[in-house]
Design a protein around this ligand. Structure first.
Ligand SMILES: N[C@@H](CCC(=O)N[C@@H](CS)C(=O)NCC(=O)O)C(=O)O
Length: 200
């Protein structure tokens, strides 16, 4: 069975758990306590040298980086239809959105969670930068989602899980009332697998 190491349901293990629920693949959660140093024990660092979560153990293999884990799992269970096949043209768009969700969007959104030790004026300036970056990404995402309900024309995929898990972190800047992104999020948040995985 797939083993998930996490701190809580709502950390970055959320997307892995949601994907496994969609794929109907059984998994087991292991909750680690950061305050007690459980992310930095010798045995955990052997699984994830970054001392972070999530980590997934599948058989003898330990994998870290939530985006890499989801790419791996969606391919491993490709017959379930959440990742376009290697020879499909849509594969390119799929990879683009999978990587965009973490490398472009989450990088910016995560700045909203690093306010400790910052002065009020530093916080205001971070917020302005995040807002400006989100504005560009919001236009790109709305353009796609105004045409179709999911990132890929063929339908729901693991790329939607990655994207929807990140968007709420900067909801004020990304989910304009009445926008395609807002509609997209409402639809995804209601998916039984997302509800079961307690993502939102
Ligand atoms: N890019 C990594 C980020 C991993 C990460 O920073 N995880 C956070 C929780 S969501 C963590 O482990 N924080 C613990 C710490 O920083 O001590 C991923 O997507 O897996």
């Amino acid at each position: 069975m797939i083993q998930i190491y996490c701190m809580a349901h709502q950390d970055r293990s959320d997307r892995v758990r949601w994907l496994l629920e969609e794929l109907q693949v059984p998994y087991q959660d292991h909750f680690l306590n950061r305050t007690n140093g459980e992310l930095k024990t010798e045995s955990y660092l052997k699984l994830n040298p970054m001392g972070r979560v999530p980590t997934v153990v599948d058989g003898d293999t330990a994998i870290f980086e939530s985006g890499g884990i989801c790419l791996y799992l969606a391919d491993k269970y490709q017959s379930k239809g959440l990742a376009p096949s290697l020879d499909s043209l849509e594969r390119a768009e799929y990879l683009q959105w999978m990587v965009f969700s973490v490398a472009s969007l989450e990088c910016v959104v995560a700045r909203m969670f690093t306010f400790q030790d910052k002065t009020q004026s530093q916080i205001e300036s971070i917020k302005l930068e995040v807002e400006a970056q989100c504005k560009i990404m919001k236009v790109a995402l709305n353009k796609v989602l105004e045409k179709q309900p999911y990132l890929l024309k063929s339908g729901f995929s693991a790329a939607d899980i990655m994207m929807a898990a990140v968007i709420p972190g900067a909801a004020d800047y990304l989910m304009e009332p009445g926008s395609a992104i807002e509609k997209y999020m409402k639809n995804l948040m209601a998916r039984p697998a997302a509800v079961k995985a307690q993502v939102f």
